[in-house]
Design a protein around this ligand. Structure first.
Ligand code: M6R
Length: 589
């Protein structure tokens, strides 16, 4: 988590950095700060809270070089004091970090015993002091940073700005770092989106690589050996820069509505493009599908599709739990990783375990050029365009649309899956109308004071129930719980009392009767029953009626939950794009 941005060039660096940080705020928005050169000093400007509408004019003067950081707190509260960048005692350099120094305590004790003092509660200051310590042995900042970095455990990416010259040093391990090569200057950032409107020429750094920009000259080094390495520029695809709200109040609603197109984009792969992955799935001994959070539910749904339609015994694993099964991975297996950002630490770690054992890696990722894509033998993009809202919506439906295509392609029914997604996209063209919005807003109004809500699904809608509930939790901070309808009578029914809301997802499938039994059981105990269904039924007090999307039905069924999440969140006065305590890209464990 956390966003890093740096710039050096002909433009006004502080303003460019602040604008870049605004685009990186999805990575964390507890506090922020920038550092720029003024005469022979580095000036720091830091604030607790979001950047919001901050502009440099009249507060921060023009400068040719600056770095900045937007924070998701790990070590130390979200205060101005803990905000990055952090400065060396002699003011020679400032440093910002994305990650966690896992051997923080050990290093801190050593530094304290050497007489170093700390001003903040962060682990970042440890890195600053380590660099200072190395500078006592040699005056070369680049070498001091390299040696300090080698002492760090954990996934860390750092950026430094030096006082006396136009000098930026940045090092990557685990957390992303990409350079943008513009006509007028160079950008250092946590993602490409933050500068995609300025340049499409990029250099992706790999783990344990460091970049130095010294007075107009860029060089890359291997951190372990210290040797200079060659680098290759890449070109970003043309549409990478489009990240406006386009008239919507929030990104969340814009991204929900965009699903009418994005599900279609996700299946724009020809059979020959899919063939190597399909072949690998068919011949693998074990197929694991992994992801975290929403991507974890997408992984569950993709595994479901592979079992149900592909006849393949696919196993879903939560990324954070997969480490417990690392002994099971073998060279004959394939791990399919699902991720919006392609930077999720838990998922990357699972891939690393699997790769160590020689397993093949497939992936479906939204962010172009991300770490997971680059680690994959069979990398696919979900092609949803930038997803800015912290809560994932269009990436989820794109991932599972792609999963449906893969599952059907395994048994030679590629065309059937593709047509079903096209049909879903057609349904969605007329889906987002006033009537539906008003109905869901009315349900949201009646939910303002509830504490709990249960969401029931079964079979193809089981992961949809858990994802639907997660979406609402994230934005409303209310306790929504999704689970398989059949589990109800094994415990959760104890929580049902008069007016407890229960939302049930009913498709036209073999599980319909079981769903209705579960609804009867909660209704008999006074629950407020809401159906996301194909037709009305007396068992439901309220019904959200959707068209039958056939095999793509579960993809359609999640959308009313996304809308309920949005409308209820807004009604409660929450910012749906930046829910509390969350960050979009979870690059720490
Ligand atoms: O970038 P990823 O898809 O790998 O992220 C995984 C989760 O952190 C993410 O899906 C999270 O659950 C979102 N907040 C969901 O809305």
């Amino acid at each position: 988590m956390c966003g890093i941005f740096g710039y050096s060039g002909k433009g006004n660096a502080p303003e460019i950095v602040v604008n870049g940080l605004k685009r990186l705020e999805y990575r964390g928005y507890d506090s922020w700060g920038i550092a720029y050169q003024k005469k022979n000093k580095i000036v720091l400007y830091k604030k607790a809270g979001e950047i919001g509408n901050f502009t440099c004019s009249r507060i921060i003067p023009k400068a040719p070089i600056a770095i900045g950081h937007t924070r998701w707190a790990t070590h130390g509260r979200a205060t101005k004091l803990n905000a990055h960048p952090h400065e060396s005692v002699d003011g020679r350099f400032v440093l910002a970090q994305n990650g966690i120094v896992e051997n923080f305590q050990e290093l801190k004790s050593k530094l304290i015993s050497k007489g170093y003092k700390f001003n903040s509660e962060t682990d970042t200051e440890i890195i600053v002091r380590l660099v200072e310590d190395n500078l006592k042995k040699s005056d070369c900042l680049l070498e001091a940073v390299r040696l300090a970095f080698l002492d760090l455990k954990g996934r860390n990416t750092i950026i430094l700005l030096e006082r006396d010259k136009k000098h930026i040093v940045a090092v990557r391990n685990g957390s992303p770092l990409v350079l943008g090569i513009g006509g007028d200057g160079i950008y250092f950032a946590s993602d490409t989106l933050s500068f995609a409107d300025q340049t499409d020429r990029v250099i992706f750094l790999n783990d344990f690589e460091m970049a130095e920009y010294d007075n107009g000259k860029l060089r890359l080094f291997d951190v372990n050996s210290g040797e200079e390495i060659l680098y290759k520029e890449k070109k970003l695809p043309q549409n990478s820069a489009g990240i406006g709200k386009e008239g919507y109040d929030h990104y969340m609603l814009k991204e929900i509505v965009e699903q009418k197109h994005t599900v279609r984009e996700a299946v724009q792969y020809s059979q020959s493009e899919l063939r190597p992955l399909i072949q690998a799935i068919k011949t693998a001994k074990n197929i694991y599908v992994v992801g975290a959070g929403t991507a974890g539910f997408a992984a569950g749904q993709i595994a479901f599709f592979l079992r149900k339609y592909g006849g393949i015994h696919a196993i879903e694993l939560k990324s954070c739990e997969a480490g417990s099964y690392r002994n099971l991975f073998s060279k004959d297996d394939i791990v399919i990783a699902v991720s919006q950002s392609g930077e999720t630490a838990d998922t990357i770690e699972t891939i690393e375990f699997a790769k160590e054992k020689g397993a093949k890696i497939g992936s479906v990722v939204n962010m172009i050029g991300s770490t997971i894509t680059r680690m994959s033998d069979y990398g696919f993009l979900s092609r949803s365009g930038p997803e800015i809202c912290v809560a994932s919506t269009k990436a989820f439906t794109a991932q599972i649309s792609w999963g449906l295509l893969i599952a059907k392609a395994v048994v030679g029914k590629y065309e059937e899956a593709k047509q079903s997604i096209y049909f879903l996209s057609e349904i969605l063209q007329k889906f987002f109308d006033q009537k539906l919005f008003i109905q869901i807003q009315e349900i949201a109004r009646r939910m303002v004071n509830i504490e709990h809500c249960f969401v029931l699904g079964k079979g193809q809608n089981s992961n949809i129930a858990t994802e639907g509930a997660l979406k609402i939790k994230e934005i409303t901070y209310k306790h929504f719980e999704g689970f398989p309808a059949g589990e109800l009578k094994h415990g959760v029914i104890a929580l049902i009392e008069k007016d407890t809301p229960v939302i049930s997802i009913v498709s036209n499938d073999d599980d319909k009767a079981d769903l209705y039994s579960a609804v009867s059981e909660v209704k008999a105990r006074g629950a407020w029953t809401i159906g996301v269904a194909k037709s009305k039924n007396d068992l439901f007090d309220d019904s959200i009626i959707l068209r039958d999307a056939g095999i793509a039905d579960p993809i359609l069924n999640v959308i009313p939950f996304q809308l309920l999440s949005y409308f209820l969140g807004v009604k409660l006065g929450n910012n749906p794009d930046k829910p509390r305590n969350l960050a979009k890209s979870v690059t720490v464990k």
